[in-house]
Design a protein around this ligand. Structure first.
Ligand SMILES: [Zn+2]
Ligand SMILES: [Zn+2]
Length: 392
């Protein structure tokens, strides 16, 4: 078996389908659906995969818009992750229409390798990346068990293979005070807004003394009803992030103390709830990352392994990466001055140029699948690195 020729054949499968893939990407882009509401996108993607020979199951992990498409039988099992949720108001400002199309293209192309080498390829439709950590829910339901490698690529403004992502958990906070006339009877009231403002100030003070990469940021979602009424209720949503799970646990306690202190100071009652799922930090598989990089190079794209900008947000692919070897390269589709999560980025995500770049990445992902399916030693190396990094 000539691996080089097989990689060429895999890449050709993507070129052959350029027109339908571009229609797919455009449809998802032009009909943005937010977290857990991605009904049309999920339908278009599963129809596309069924036509190309995948057996599809919808409603995976209790989420109507999650799906799984299988081709082939037995080990090794290579999986691709498709995201397709949009942002409220901004639409596809994170370019998830391109992720869906890229992973679909990579999965379909990998069929050729599965036919020649055995094993199987699965594509998972993973909803709600932006809001409810759909992949974390899928991890919790055991959806990703038994996989050998998982891949996807995300559009961005820089090229790099090793994507960093912070551990992150959402906090919902409420203060309950007592309403009264703010001028005629202020001493009769308990001010829930002052409790909230004190909490923000306490968190500002805490922020000076947290570890590198930790982030605490929030918004007030209820700040009271009227200026002449002492606010009886306020609410806020916060995100608390850290480089690792251990420090996130420590930071969560420190954050709650800020709110509890404000409750004591004002007499308001504090209620809070941490989100059921949390985003876990990304564990990159460097062995796979190097294969992807080599395959990108053979296609004429020189990709650095790491980004020169170390800053990052959080990704639910991080949760998958704690369970299975994962790569999640970032692919530049826009210049540095176009911000991800902006309307400008959404416009770029609709262009042919952006799609061509992402389909280049899809080829390299499928070629990496060829490397893994063709060589048990390579796959053993990927697994060994994963086990070692889990222990450390
Ligand atoms: Zn995003
Ligand atoms: Zn995204």
């Amino acid at each position: 078996m000539d691996i080089g020729k097989l990689k060429d054949a895999v890449a050709r499968e993507i070129d052959k389908r350029y027109t339908p893939l571009s229609e797919l990407s455009r449809k998802i882009h032009d009909s943005p659906e937010t977290a857990m509401k991605e009904r049309r996108a999920s339908g278009w993607l599963t129809d596309f995969l069924k036509k190309d020979g995948f057996s599809v199951v919808k409603g995976v992990a209790g989420m109507p818009t999650a799906f799984r498409g299988d081709y082939g039988k037995g080990k090794p099992v290579i999986a691709f992750l498709a995201e397709y949720d949009a942002l409220p108001k901004i639409g596809h400002g994170c370019g998830h229409n391109l992720i869906a199309t890229c992973s679909t293209a990579a999965a379909i192309a990998t069929k050729v390798a599965v036919d020649k080498l055995g094993g199987s390829v699965i594509i998972f439709g993973t909803p709600a990346e932006e809001a409810d950590a759909g992949k974390a829910i899928m991890v919790g339901k055991g959806v990703f068990k038994g996989l050998d490698a998982v891949m996807m690529a995300h559009p961005g403004v820089r090229n790099y293979v090793l994507t960093s992502a912070l551990a992150c958990q959402t906090l919902e906070v409420e203060f309950f005070g007592r309403a009264s006339h703010a001028a005629a009877n202020p001493e009769g009231g308990i001010n829930a807004l002052e409790a909230m403002i004190l909490s923000f100030n306490a968190i500002d003070a805490l922020r000076q003394h947290v570890k590198e990469k930790a982030r605490i940021h929030g918004i007030i979602t209820d700040g009271g009803e009227a200026p002449n009424v002492v606010p009886a209720h306020t609410a806020a949503t916060f995100l608390v992030r850290a480089a690792d799970d251990e420090y996130l646990d420590i930071l969560k306690e420190k954050v709650i103390v800020c709110f509890a202190g404000a409750a004591t100071a004002t007499g308001a009652e504090l209620k809070y709830r941490w989100a059921d799922v949390r985003y876990e930090p990304m564990l990159n598989n460097v062995t796979m990352a190097k294969l992807f990089r080599m395959n990108m190079k053979s296609l004429g794209h020189d990709f650095p392994l790491s980004s020169e900008d170390e800053r990052s947000g959080s990704l639910d692919a991080g949760n998958v990466s704690q369970l299975v070897p994962v790569i999640h390269p970032t692919v530049a589709i826009a210049p540095l001055d176009v911000l991800v999560h902006s309307e400008g980025f959404a416009e770029v995500a609709a262009t042919d140029a952006a799609l061509r770049i992402m389909l280049g990445a899809a080829k390299a992902l499928a070629m990496t699948a060829v490397d893994l399916l063709a060589s048990p030693q390579t796959l053993a190396g990927v697994r060994a690195e994963f086990q070692k990094s889990k222990k450390s």
